[in-house]
Design a protein around this ligand. Structure first.
Ligand code: F3S
Length: 392
């Protein structure tokens, strides 16, 4: 990959170890994937923030970067961490909190925003065509498919390296020729509810691997349904983008077709429920983190009802959306539910919180919770989740 004179100086260490190591990561990636040059990015989004998923080993590397002056050059948001300061901090073991707070301190020293959300696109408008370096697979698919921004699926280190250099190698999803659909997916029936969008994503992710589908038959989906679809697609496959509007997309040269029958979607929904008669002790909404309109919708559906005493109801979102949604939050929390920020049921320590069975409307959570949380899962539509959580 070609480096400018200035980039070469960074590569050779003239601007310190932190920048040098980041430039070397980017150069290696660029060479590996055949990029010709680095391109500037508008923003970065870092993953590997939760102590639960990151673990102890990479903390020394992050600390070394910060100690040698590593600072982000572009606006850099951060993925969810392990706890909600208001509701979960006091319920979790001290050792876990210590590890998590250490990671947060290091990231803040490097200039990352303490946004702790998987939906950074709700924090500010992302322009169509903008080049960004985002980790967090659900946000990557949403940015490419719904917002028409351009990002590869970065890992934690490459997103951080791009943030510190302010550039990313020009390959993959950054290039127009790689963003065309290469398989046509026809749905027998429009998905009718949240869990069907998620189940479609889980099913397609396994089959498509890293191909880019043009999905026909989705109807006029709300952006939140596309968020569910994309999050699930990225959970079981390496899909970084899907197309869902026929206009403006060339179907020329697509030879592969896949028909998805409704019974396949229903079977996928059924497979994602692993609980076998167990009652949920957590109802978890907000994977990926809720938008403002989802928070409003949940507040409206809850109405004046109260949460049952034998379970918890969590509605997960970002600090940013919680702040904007104060009135709805007041109504939701009036029921006994908690509007949780900075984390989610998957990346916090649910076992330590005594949670064994999780009911959710998110196919992504249903896919991960059995392994990440050692929990039984019930996948059910939003309305059914609330019906289970609330007293009549
Ligand atoms: Fe976000 Fe947690 Fe789901 S990080 S995408 S709410 S698993």
């Amino acid at each position: 990959m070609y480096l400018t004179r200035e980039e070469e100086r960074i590569y050779d260490g003239e601007y310190g170890w932190a920048k040098q190591v980041c430039m070397r990561i980017l150069a290696k990636l660029g060479d590996l994937f055949g990029a010709e040059k680095l391109i500037p990015i508008d923003s970065a989004h870092a993953s590997g923030v939760s102590y639960k998923t990151l673990g102890e080993a990479p903390i020394d590397f992050l600390r070394a970067l910060a100690d040698s002056g590593g600072k982000v050059e572009v606006e850099t948001t951060s993925n969810p961490q392990g706890f909600d300061p208001e509701y979960l901090a006091k319920r979790l073991p001290e050792g876990l909190m210590r590890g998590q707070l250490e990671i947060i301190r290091i990231l803040e020293r490097m200039g990352l925003k303490p946004s702790f959300t998987c939906t950074p696109y709700y924090l500010k408008d992302l322009k169509a065509g903008a080049h960004v370096a985002w980790a967090e697979s659900s946000a990557v698919v949403y940015a490419n498919s719904v917002l028409d921004a351009r990002t590869n699926r970065e890992g934690g280190p490459s997103a951080l390296a791009a943030a510190i250099i302010g550039k990313t190698p020009d390959y993959g999803m950054h290039r127009a020729e790689n963003r065309m659909p290469n398989i046509l997916v026809e749905l027998e029936q429009e998905p009718r509810r949240d869990i069907e969008f998620g189940a479609l994503g889980i099913f397609l992710g396994k089959i498509l691997k890293d191909r880019i589908p043009l999905i026909t038959g989705l109807g006029e989906p709300a952006s939140e349904c596309l968020k569910q679809l994309g999050a699930a697609l990225a959970s079981t496959g390496m899909v970084n983008m899907f197309h869902y509007r026929k206009y403006g997309v060339s179907t020329e040269g697509i030879v592969e077709k896949l028909k998805v029958e409704q019974r396949t979607i229903e079977a996928t929904v059924a497979e994602l429920t692993t609980a076998d008669g167990q009652k949920p002790n957590l109802i978890f909404l907000g994977c990926p983190h809720c938008s403002l309109s989802e928070i409003k919708h949940i507040a409206d559906l809850i109405g004046h009802r109260k949460v049952r005493e034998d379970l918890e109801l969590w509605v997960c979102t970002s600090r940013h959306i919680k702040e904007k949604a104060r009135e709805y939050v007041r109504r939701i929390e009036g029921s006994g539910a908690k509007v949780i920020v900075d984390t989610c049921a998957v990346v916090t320590w649910t076992q330590e919180l005594g949670i064994e069975t999780i009911m959710t409307n998110s196919a992504k959570t249903a896919h991960y919770a059995p392994t990440m949380n050692k929990a039984k899962v019930i996948l059910a539509p939003l309305e059914e989740c609330l019906k289970t959580a609330l007293l009549e």
